[in-house]
Design a protein around this ligand. Structure first.
Ligand SMILES: Nc1nc2c(ncn2[C@@H]2O[C@H](COP(=O)(O)OP(=O)(O)OP(=O)(O)O)[C@@H](O)[C@H]2O)c(=O)[nH]1
Ligand SMILES: [Mg+2]
Length: 275
C-alpha cells in the first residue's frame, strides 16, 4: 500500500506499460497523463480531487484544494487542472481535470465534454454556457499530449434519480466518440458510505452498477464504489487503498490509450505517404 503510494507520488508517463513502439522521440517525456473527471453536479468530482490530494499530496507539495460544490458564476464553466506525481522532477506525472458538473445530461453536456476531451477547453478557461463550444467532432488532427487520456465518470450512488431512470439518456454519441478515440471510461460510484449506512444489499449494488452503466457505458469490471474523504471525518486506510487503486487503474488505462493512439497515428501517416 505505501509502495503504491510512493509509486504514484513519483509517477511519470510510461512507467506502467513497458513498450511504446510508436512513440516519437521524447514524446512520453513531454506527455502528462490527463484524467478527465465528468459527472452530474454533486456527484463528487471535486471531493475526489481533494481525496487524492489527501492520499498522495499534490506535485511539489501543492495542496490547493478543489472547490467542493463551488458556485461558479452563472453560464460560466471552469476546468481546473490539479498536478500529481513526478515528485523530485520538474514535470508532473498526471493531471486530474476537475470539471463543472451538469444539471442534466444531453446534447450540451456531450458537446462540452467532447471539447474538454479534445483539449479545446483547458485549465482555468472560462466558457460561456450560452454559446456552443467549437470543437472537432471527429477527433482527428488533435495532439495526443493535449487530449484527455482516460475518463472517470462520477455517479452519486445514493442519488434516488438513478433508480428512477431519469438519467438513462442521450450519451450514446459521446460514448461512441470515446470508443473511437480508444479512451476508456471508468465509472466511479461515490457516496459508498451512505450506501453502507443504509445497508445496501449486493443485489441493490448490482442494480446501481447497471443504472450507472446505462449512462456511462461501463461494465461491472470498470465500475468502482468509492467513499470520498470529507473534511474532519476519519478516513480508514482501506478507503485510501481504494482511492490509490482507482488512480493506478486510471493511469494504466491512459497509458494503453496513448500507446494505441500512437500506433494509429503512425499507421495513418504511413498510409498517407505516396508509394
Ligand atoms: N457522504 C459522502 N459525501 C460526499 C461524497 N463525495 C462527495 N460528497 C459530498 O457531496 C457534495 C458534492 O460534492 P462535490 O465534490 O462538490 O461534487 P462535484 O461533482 O464536484 O459537483 P459540481 O462541481 O457541482 O459538479 C459535497 O457536499 C461533498 O462533501 C462521498 O463519497 N460521501
Ligand atoms: Mg466540483
Amino acid at each position: 500500500m505505501s509502495n503504491l503510494r510512493s509509486f504514484l507520488k513519483t509517477y511519470q508517463t510510461g512507467q506502467i506499460v513497458d513498450d511504446f513502439p510508436d512513440a516519437r522521440q521524447g514524446e512520453l517525456q513531454r506527455t502528462v497523463v490527463r484524467v478527465g473527471l465528468f459527472g452530474l453536479t454533486g456527484s463528487g468530482k471535486s471531493s475526489f480531487v481533494n481525496t487524492v490530494l489527501r492520499c498522495l499530496g499534490g506535485k511539489d507539495g501543492i495542496e490547493e484544494l478543489a472547490m467542493v460544490q463551488s458556485s461558479g458564476a452563472e453560464g460560466t464553466v471552469i476546468v481546473e487542472e490539479f498536478a500529481f506525481g513526478g515528485e523530485g522532477t520538474d514535470k508532473p506525472g498526471f493531471f486530474l481535470l476537475d470539471t463543472r458538473g451538469f444539471d442534466k445530461l444531453g446534447d450540451e453536456a456531450q458537446n462540452e465534454m467532447l471539447a474538454i476531451l479534445n483539449g479545446d477547453i483547458r485549465g482555468g478557461q472560462f466558457i460561456d454556457r450560452g454559446k456552443p463550444t467549437e470543437t472537432s467532432m471527429t477527433g482527428q488532427d488533435y495532439k495526443l499530449s493535449r487530449e484527455v487520456h482516460v475518463v472517470l465518470w462520477f455517479v452519486k450512488g445514493s442519488d434516488p434519480r438513478l433508480q428512477s431512470g431519469t438519467y438513462q439518456s442521450h450519451m450514446a454519441f459521446l460514448r461512441m466518440m470515446l470508443v473511437k478515440r480508444a479512451v476508456r471510461t471508468l465509472t466511479i460510484i461515490t457516496h459508498n458510505d451512505e450506501l453502507q449506512r443504509r445497508g445496501c444489499t449486493d443485489e441493490q449494488r448490482r442494480n446501481i452498477i447497471d443504472f450507472a452503466g446505462e449512462i456511462t457505458g461501463s461494465d461491472q469490471d470498470q465500475t468502482y464504489f468509492l467513499t470520498n474523504y470529507i473534511d474532519g471525518k476519519p478516513f480508514p486506510s482501506e478507503q485510501e487503498h481504494q482511492v490509490l487503486d482507482i488512480v493506478k487503474t486510471a493511469l494504466t488505462s491512459a497509458e494503453y490509450t496513448i500507446r494505441m493512439r500512437q500506433s494509429k497515428r503512425n499507421k495513418q501517416e504511413r498510409d498517407a505517404k505516396p508509394h
